[in-house]
Ligand binder design. Structure first.
Ligand SMILES: [Zn+2]
Length: 86
């Protein structure tokens, strides 16, 4: 159940900082939010990022706990295997 314009989880993870910094285009933002509605894993990821920003003031790749990020990316790989070739 994927659509051509649907964001993959990996893309969402890559866009999350732009989303939180309000740097996405309107079209990207819509796709981002549509993915969130359908994907509890990414919703959780976004919440983690929000909390990180609350604590640190801003977010970087490095500020996310590596173990947590790897775990999420493993989940994504299992869910979306073959979803989209890189
Ligand atoms: Zn997702």
């Amino acid at each position: 159940m994927t659509f051509p314009e649907e964001l993959s989880c990996r893309e969402l993870v890559e866009l999350v900082t732009d989303y939180l910094e309000d740097a996405l285009s309107p079209a990207e933002r819509v796709r981002f939010e549509e993915h969130l509605r359908a994907c509890p894993g990414c919703e959780t990821y976004l919440e983690q990022m929000r909390r990180t920003i609350d604590v640190l003031g801003r977010v970087t790749e490095e500020s996310l706990e590596p173990a947590a990020r790897d775990q999420l990316l493993d989940l994504f790989r299992n869910w979306k295997r073959g979803d989209r070739a890189n």
